[in-house]
Write a protein that binds this ligand. Structure first.
Ligand SMILES: *[C@@H]1O[C@H](CO)[C@@H](O)[C@H](O)[C@H]1NC(C)=O
Length: 397
């Protein structure tokens, strides 16, 4: 049934011609060739805003001011629309920044004869931007009226600081109904992902000469005991997102080889499947703390994200890694996450995407845009209920 639909689409107004396919590849290439390592996104943002303007989009640039970043670096979110922001019902979104280091663009054919594109951002997330814009352009040429409902929003700072997404909240179009985020999900819809939080286990001791350790209290030993205790902590579970997990990811302590250390610290990263305050409450009630041990929340905690999905459409999955979707606060817009390519190579030196994944990405985005705006695709509300339940748990504690 669905294959027939796609064939119908391909046979009609939305077919991807050679020319469109070439434009898609050119856009993707230029996005990669303009570096945008997170915190220094200027080149890719300048390229993309000029590109959209040249295609006749109205482009608003939002200055993202971050006091922790060199003010000489111009950092801007891009918001583009065709007619009036009031008309925008649907935003296609992804992020312009990428993780370091820069990896150059390289187009090749693999042993199976598939065209494959290497380079930083090939899938995370410049491939998403190229596929979304090409899809929006396809809809525009087939149905100019419908395309007035589409907005493009490309924020920066997604790889770790999230300042672009936070800033964008104040400038969302007033009549927004759908918010579609592109990350490499192999074109499966994501129903949710875990939250992220970090805490330190801080151990204190009493310094002493290491030849007389009994006169001191060894902070490293206290810390080791606390870390071992973590194993017996039972963390909250969520039906949709599964277990909350944690990992000790950094450790330090001691200053000299002949001194019983009076300080030691471990950092614990938690991927939480329930709201962060619930997980934190569990952790504080485990008896980890003592005369010598303190646990302290560091970094800004991010709650799990529950998303909307489309009924009877693509496969639906949860996802183990995070996005900046926790920052999207719009009270009524449906939030969806879907994109082309696989996250398995994202952030790696061999980051890549196949040409046919990009092209299929365009097709799937066209299906999603037209289906939602025409009303032939319906979003599922079960996850909304799940989000309500999350809120409930929070209220009770
Ligand atoms: C920002 O990135 C560009 C392109 O890689 C580079 O030339 C420039 O030196 C960077 N600026 C800073 C302040 O790091």
């Amino acid at each position: 049934m669905r294959i027939l639909n796609i064939l119908n689409l391909l046979g009609t107004a939305y077919a991807i011609t050679e020319q469109v396919s070439q434009e898609l590849l050119d856009l993707h290439k230029n996005l990669i060739l303009n570096p945008s390592i997170t915190r220094n996104e200027t080149l890719a943002v300048d390229f993309l805003s000029t590109y959209l303007q040249s295609k006749g989009w109205n482009v608003e640039l939002q200055d993202v001011i971050n006091k922790d970043i060199n003010p000489d670096i111009k950092r801007q979110n891009i918001f583009a629309y065709l007619n009036d922001p009031q008309d925008v019902k649907m935003i296609l979104n992804s992020h312009t920044d990428v993780v370091p280091p820069y990896v150059d663009y390289h187009y090749t054919t693999d042993e199976q004869g598939r065209d494959v594109i290497y380079g930083r951002g090939a899938n995370d997330a410049k491939g998403q931007i190229a596929a979304q814009i090409t899809a929006a352009q396809q809809v525009r040429s087939a149905d100019p009226e419908m395309s007035k409902s589409i907005g493009l929003l490309y924020d920066l700072g997604e790889e770790g600081i999230f300042d672009g997404a936070k800033h964008a909240q104040d400038n969302l179009p007033p009549n927004l109904e759908y918010f579609i985020v592109g990350e490499p999900t192999q074109l499966e819809m994501i129903s949710g992902h875990k939250g992220n939080m970090g805490f330190e286990i801080r151990a204190k001791g009493l310094a002493a000469h290491s030849s007389s350790p009994h006169w001191g209290v060894n902070a490293i030993e206290k810390l080791s005991e606390a870390i071992l205790k973590l194993e017996s902590v039972s963390l909250p579970h969520d039906e949709l997102l599964g277990d909350t997990t944690m990992a000790v990811t950094k450790i330090s302590g001691g200053t000299a080889m002949n001194k019983v250390p009076d300080e030691a610290v471990a950092y614990v990263n938690v991927r939480t499947s329930v709201p962060t305050d619930v997980t934190w409450q569990v952790l504080t009630e485990t008896g980890l703390e003592s005369e010598w041990i303190e646990i302290v929340l560091v970094d800004e905690p991010h709650n799990p994200v529950i998303l909307d999905t489309v009924d009877n459409w693509r496969p639906v999955q949860t996802m183990p890694f995070g996005t900046d979707l926790f920052a999207w606060k719009h009270p009524t817009a449906k939030k969806m996450l879907i994109g082309c390519g696989s996250v398995s190579s994202a952030h790696k030196l061999d980051e890549h995407i196949y040409k046919d994944e990009l092209v299929e990405g365009v097709d799937v985005y066209v299906e999603l845009i037209t289906g939602l705006l025409e009303g032939t695709l319906k979003t599922s509300t079960t996850k909304q209920e799940q989000a309500e339940q999350h809120k409930h748990v929070k209220d009770e504690l």
